[in-house]
Design a protein around this ligand. Structure first.
Ligand SMILES: [Zn+2]
Length: 273
């Protein structure tokens, strides 16, 4: 059976058997017992275990499993089903697979014939995603070197992941779609207020991307109530503020017993020209 992925060494198609993926030049990649395949080449890895570590993957899994972001996820599923006509769907930066599995279920319910796949640089996240999405092909790979042939994806979704314009342009087929989710201006405003002396809103930005037609922008806003420190810390660890704040910011978060905060997302749909 053909894999949706291509060989990260030579770029040729990979054939999937029970235990590995192999190209006709005999480059072979074992499917791990956890259900994902490692397509990261060691010379392209920056660290031994790149991406989110176990602690962060678990924090995100615990937070998302409580469906705090469900409203956006449901909207995303609607949008995917509106544009997707079937074929290969890639979740670029799939993390622990929360959105991948919801999208996969929605697509199946809509009767769309799809091969669902996901990549993430974190092997811990891939193991989690493979467990969650049994029907999907999950690979450890970088968004900056996506192991997929040119025009190999009919639909790509990408949520809060690094943006690599040239790779996205390369792998999405003409007439295919890219659906990107980014935080809106006031996303997590009250969390920022709790952490920073002078919080600032997310910067406005342009929408044009070369090689794509900008189709639509959907704004999803909500307010969530986090009833315990653990959920607040989990949320905090998923944000860029986690890296940007010093010890003091972390202490402030740890001291919060509850938090009500606004959340906001932009779902941006692009069609590949
Ligand atoms: Zn090869």
């Amino acid at each position: 059976m053909n894999s949706v992925f291509s060989c990260p060494v030579c770029g040729k198609p990979l054939i999937k058997s029970e235990r590995n993926l192999k190209c006709d030049k005999n480059h072979s990649f074992d499917i791990s017992s956890k259900g994902y395949v490692n397509l990261l080449l060691s010379n392209k890895m920056n660290a031994k275990l790149p991406g989110d570590n176990k602690l962060m993957v678990n924090a995100r899994r615990d937070f998302l499993s409580k469906d705090y972001y469900r409203k956006m996820a449901d909207k995303l599923c609607e949008t995917v089903c509106r544009y997707f006509r079937g074929g290969v769907l890639l979740d670029a930066g799939c993390g622990e697979g929360y959105y991948t599995s919801l999208v996969s279920e929605a697509v199946e319910r809509a009767g769309i014939n799809a091969q669902i796949s996901g990549i993430d640089i974190s092997k811990t996240a891939c193991a989690c995603a493979a467990r969650k999405c049994r029907n999907a092909e999950i690979a450890a790979a970088s968004i900056f070197h996506i192991p997929m042939s040119d025009s190999g994806a009919d639909m790509m979704i990408t949520l809060f992941a690094p943006f690599c314009e040239s790779e996205f342009r390369r792998i999405i087929a003409k007439g295919g779609y890219m659906i990107m989710v980014i935080p809106s201006e006031n996303h997590l405003w009250e969390l920022k207020e709790a952490v920073y002396d002078e919080p600032y809103p997310n910067k406005p930005h342009g929408y044009e991307i070369e090689g794509f037609e900008f189709v639509e922008r959907e704004l999803v806003e909500d307010s969530i109530y986090l009833p315990c420190t653990e959920d607040i810390e989990n949320l905090f660890s998923m944000t860029p503020y986690y890296y940007k704040t010093g010890v003091e910011g972390h202490e402030r978060v740890k001291a919060l017993k509850e938090l009500k905060t606004r959340i906001g997302f932009e779902i941006l749909t692009y069609k590949k020209l």
